[in-house]
Structures are given as C-alpha cells and as structure tokens.
Design a protein around this ligand. Structure first.
Ligand SMILES: [Zn+2]
Length: 408
C-alpha cells in the first residue's frame, strides 16, 4: 500500500494486454492504477518515459543480491526479494532446491510467514522428487522417490503458500503426487526429468500444467525422441524459459515462444544469490557454486559426478563465441545471475520477441498461472500499480510497486 500522493506516468508506449497505447498515460492513486488513456495525460506527468510495462512476476527464483531463499533467515529472504524488486520484479515465488525433507518443511514454514507479510507471493518446491540423471545443480543425495504423504506434509507446512512443485514424471509414484498437487491447487510442473515424450504426455493428462526451465535439466529434444521438451511444447502447458543468453540459444527461445504461443511462454530468472554480485563463490542450497563471467556453475569437486550430460551449452550470443571452457571440465549450470529486467531486455533486443508478447511472458501469463490476474499482471484500471518504466534501449529506469516508485 502506498500513502503517497497520486501521480501520473506518461509513456511513448503503455503496454496493455491487447497491444499498447502510443502515447499513453497512467494515473496512480491509492496504490492502484486509477485511470489510464491514450494521448497526452490530462494533468502534468511525474514521469515521462519511453515504455511502461506491467511489473514483472518471477515464478522461479532462488535469491539475489547476495541473499537467498534457500538458506539464511527471514532477513535474507527480505533482502533477496528487495534486490529483485529493484530490477522490476514486483511479485515472485521463492524457489527452494532439493534438501532433506525435514529441512524443506522448516524452510517452507519460514517462507509461509514471509508470504503472510507480503514479502513473497508463494513458494516453489524444485524437488525433491527429481531425476538423478537430470539433477543439474540439485544435490543428488537428497533426491527421493515421489511420495504423496511427504507432499502433503510439505503442503501443510506451507499453509496455502505452496504454489508450485517441480517433479520428474518418470519416477515411480510421480503421477500420484502430480494428481495430489493438482487436486490441492498447486501447479504441478515437469522438470529435472529424463522422461520420454510418451511418459510426459501421460503426466500432462494427470495434471502437469507447467514446464520448469524448458530444455534445461531435461532430456534434449531429438527428432525421433522429442522427450519432455517436445511433449510439453506440444501440449497446452505454460513453459518457463531462462532468456539470459546463457541457458538457451536465442533461436531455441524463438522456437519455444512460437510453439508455446504468447499465452503460454513464461520468462523466469532462476537467479541465485550471486545475481547482482561480483564473480566468486556462492552457495545454492548446500552445494558450492562458482560464478565466472556472470555464469553460475557447480564448483567441481573430487566427489562431484560428471555432469556433462546435464550441461546446457553456453550460447554465443551476447558473449564471446568461444565456449567458457571444455564442457566436461565444467560443473552444471547452477541457476543464473540474471534479473527480470535483463531477461526482458534480452528477449526483446536479442531474441527479437514483440514487446507485448514479452510483457505477457514476464507478467500477464505468470499472474494468470498464480491466480493473481484480478490483482496484478497487466496495465489496466483497478489493478495494483505494479509498473516498470523503461528507456528507449529497454533499460529499467523506475519500478513502481503497489504505487510506490523507486528509481533504478
Ligand atoms: Zn531453479
């Protein structure tokens, strides 16, 4: 809630669910979009910018600004959420990586308190029911077989704030957990999976409605073995992509955007604590992560099994075309150091997606998936004044969250 005076934003383009107003204006009062229209604003504008987009909604993020949702206390959660808000993320799900069940139960309960406070908008459990073969930066020691009783315990500990769980559909018992999650109103997401296309399609029929970082942490799409990525794109599920220029080739993002359709693409960061921080050593859950040139990878250790099969190929775009080293000598990509303003800018300027489609993927579609459409996820009168202002190069200049503006 904002107690600030009403103010007006004027933009060359105000991006709306049906396109944009060019030029357009928004009047913010009482934390809401009180009015908006095309043309010159009816009163002096406090902000004059090139682009106004709905506030970003990140469904998959582990931390940022040196703080994490996966470890530390409530103040770390507040710091990580505030860091991402400064980069345009006005709503987010806090994502946990695989950990022992009792530890997950404690963290979920702590995050539920912060969701009650409005610091986060829910919880995403990325594990522990994942494929060891596709575990990426998840600690394989803590992976467990899908178990409905364990799911119900975690769900109860979250007190209504568990919004999404990532599951590998090929594991024994997975379909039961998928049905239990979908029945409880929790998004069942397929991810960190080695499933065939057929098994994935059966999981979609059982209730999977979302793809966790499509292509990353899953069996690759091949022309006679489309795997989970093929089956998920061939269904009506929403598909996350990490459009940071590292996790996926830009051509693959374009293909995914076209196949999923504008209403089913979801931009995420999958960021970890190192987002916004210098290169160095960080943690993701209980695993060490080394960040080099902004790319986070598991720190190779004598006991780390070869993760070559799970590696994402570094994309040349935006960086040196040379790979970051021999793939087999590198650890698995361990989340990202991206922020939503960066992936939005990359999706527009490097991938070449249309701005309204990017706004849908970064805000409107995740809002719909999270049941927040009546509150946020679009620039429309009556909704929360969650607005991101960008300059002509699509760089973020100001974030307005619930009507309160912060300049970046
Ligand atoms: Zn993740």
């Amino acid at each position: 809630m904002s107690d600030s005076e009403p103010f007006v934003v004027a933009a060359d383009h105000v991006v709306t669910p049906s396109g944009w107003l060019a030029p357009g204006w928004l009047r913010i009062a009482g934390g809401r979009i009180a009015a908006m229209g095309e043309g010159e604003p009816p009163e002096p504008a406090a902000y004059r910018v090139r682009w106004a987009l709905p506030g970003f909604i990140d469904m998959h993020v582990h931390g940022g600004g040196g703080a994490s949702f996966t470890e530390g206390g409530p103040d770390d959660v507040r710091r990580a959420a505030a860091f991402h808000r400064g980069h345009g993320t006005t709503r987010l799900l806090a994502s946990l990586v695989t950990a022992p069940l009792d530890e997950l139960e404690r963290r979920v309960a702590m995050l539920a308190d912060l969701a009650d406070e409005g610091v986060i908008d829910g919880i995403h459990l990325e594990g522990p029911f994942l494929s060891a073969a596709r575990c990426g930066a998840q600690n394989p020691r803590h992976l467990t077989a899908p178990d409905v009783a364990a799911f119900r315990k975690l769900h109860a500990a979250a007190r209504g704030w568990l919004k999404m769980i990532t599951i590998a559909p090929e594991l024994p018992g997975a379909l039961d957990v998928i049905r239990a999650a979908a029945g409880a109103g929790v998004i069942a997401a397929a991810g960190h999976t080695d499933a065939s296309a057929e098994v994935t399609a059966a999981a979609v029929a059982a209730g999977v409605s979302h793809a966790t970082h499509l292509f990353n942490g899953m069996r690759p799409l091949a022309h006679r073995d489309p795997g989970p990525a093929g089956a998920l794109l061939d269904s009506q599920v929403t598909c996350e992509v990490v459009a940071d220029g590292t996790h996926l080739h830009d051509t693959v993002i374009r293909l995914a955007a076209r196949a999923a359709g504008p209403g089913n693409l979801v931009l995420i960061t999958d960021a970890m604590a190192a987002a916004g921080m210098p290169d160095g050593t960080y943690r993701l859950g209980d695993l060490a992560v080394t960040v080099t040139a902004g790319v986070a990878r598991l720190t190779p250790t004598a006991t780390t099994p070869s993760t070559a099969a799970t590696l994402a190929t570094p994309a040349p775009s935006g960086r040196s075309a040379a790979p970051l080293g021999s793939a087999s000598a590198l650890g698995a990509i361990a989340g990202s150091t991206a922020t939503m303003d960066q992936v939005v800018r990359h999706a527009i300027t490097a991938v070449g997606l249309r701005v309204p489609d990017v706004a849908a993927a970064a805000s409107t579609t995740p809002a719909r998936r999270l049941g927040l459409s009546a509150e946020t996820g679009a620039l429309a009168p009556g909704l929360s004044a969650d607005i991101v202002l960008l300059d002509g190069d699509f760089r973020l200049t100001t974030v307005i969250a619930s009507g309160t503006a912060t300049s970046g």
